[in-house]
Structure formats: C-alpha cells, structure tokens
Ligand binder design. Structure first.
Ligand code: TYD
Length: 155
C-alpha cells in the first residue's frame, strides 16, 4: 500500500481540529501508520518548502508553521497520496470545495489546516524527513477485510 505524509499544521492544532481531521482520515478507511507531535524549526521547513524559499510569502509561511507544535502523520492506503490530496482540497481554503478539509475548515491560503504530499515520489522523501523507520508501524486493521475489495488490492 502507498504511504503519504500529512502534517496537521498549527492552524489545525491551535484551533482544536486535530480530532476532526484524523477522524476524517480514519473514517475514509485510511490507516494511520505513524503519528507524532513535534516542533518544526527553520532548518526542516527550509527543506520541506524548498520549492517556495524565493516566494515573498515564505517568511510568513515559516512563522505560521512554527507557531505551535504540529502533528506529523504517515497515512497509508491504496493510492493514498491522491486520495489524501483530494480530501485536503486545493491550497487556498477559500477556493477549496466544501466537503474537503480545507474547504470546510479554512478561509486562508496559508493557514490551511493540513499539508499532504503531492506525489508518491515526494511522499517517500517527505516521510523520511519527518520519521525514523522505526516510527512507522505495520499492524492489523479493518482495512483489508472491510475497506477494500479484492479488485482494489490486485496490483
Ligand atoms: P504549495 O506546495 O504550493 O501548496 P500545497 O500545500 O497545496 O501543496 O504551498 C505550500 C504551502 O505554502 C501552502 O499549503 C500554504 C503556503 N502558501 C502561502 O502561504 N501562500 C501562497 O500564496 C501559496 C501558494 C502557498
């Protein structure tokens, strides 16, 4: 199964929305394979958002991501990267469709509740950035028997 990185941003943690977001991921049938709270610093954020360091909003993005601890999650499922991106919605919460996490809980292009990896390749790199191998777990869940049909698992 595919794994993806989800970060519950300070806009999620400080507003008391961690349970809402984790609940949505669980209710969808995704597996939480790793989860921890951590305080991000400038070094890890410069790596994580290296594609944005030259943008004018970068200092403000850094500040917003360090405002409180975050929760980093390894979320697993068939096509988990695509599924979680769809659940997150587009970047700006004002444009995100209702029913998505950003569409339902954010009015901001920056304080948009969650990060979700945007490709399977980036997910591998991002998970390695935030988790040690022993912090990601494989355990028995309802997912195989009750969330997926045989066809979903054939690849
Ligand atoms: P990006 O990787 O473009 O989007 P996404 O999180 O949807 O993959 O941007 C990363 C984060 O940078 C985004 O979640 C919020 C912040 N950001 C801003 O603060 N202002 C902006 O104009 C953009 C595009 C992003």
């Amino acid at each position: 199964m595919e794994q993806t990185l989800v970060i519950l941003k300070p806009s999620c943690v400080a507003r008391g929305l961690m349970g809402e977001v984790i609940g949505r991921l669980e209710a969808k049938g995704l597996i939480v394979a790793g989860m921890k709270m951590m305080q991000l610093d400038e070094q890890i954020l410069r790596e994580h958002y290296s594609h944005l360091v030259d943008k004018p909003f970068f200092p403000s993005l850094m500040k917003s991501m360090m405002a409180t601890p975050v929760v980093v999650m390894c979320v697993e499922g068939v096509e988990a990267v695509r599924v979680v991106r769809a659940m997150a919605g587009v970047t700006n919460g004002r444009n995100a469709a209702l029913g998505t996490i950003r569409g339902d809980f954010s009015v901001s292009g920056q304080k948009n509740i969650v990060h979700a990896s945007d490709s399977p390749e980036n997910a591998v790199v991002e998970l390695a950035r935030f988790f040690k191998p022993e912090e990601i777990f494989s355990y028995e869940t309802a997912a195989y028997s009750y969330c997926y049909g045989d066809d979903d698992l054939k690849d």
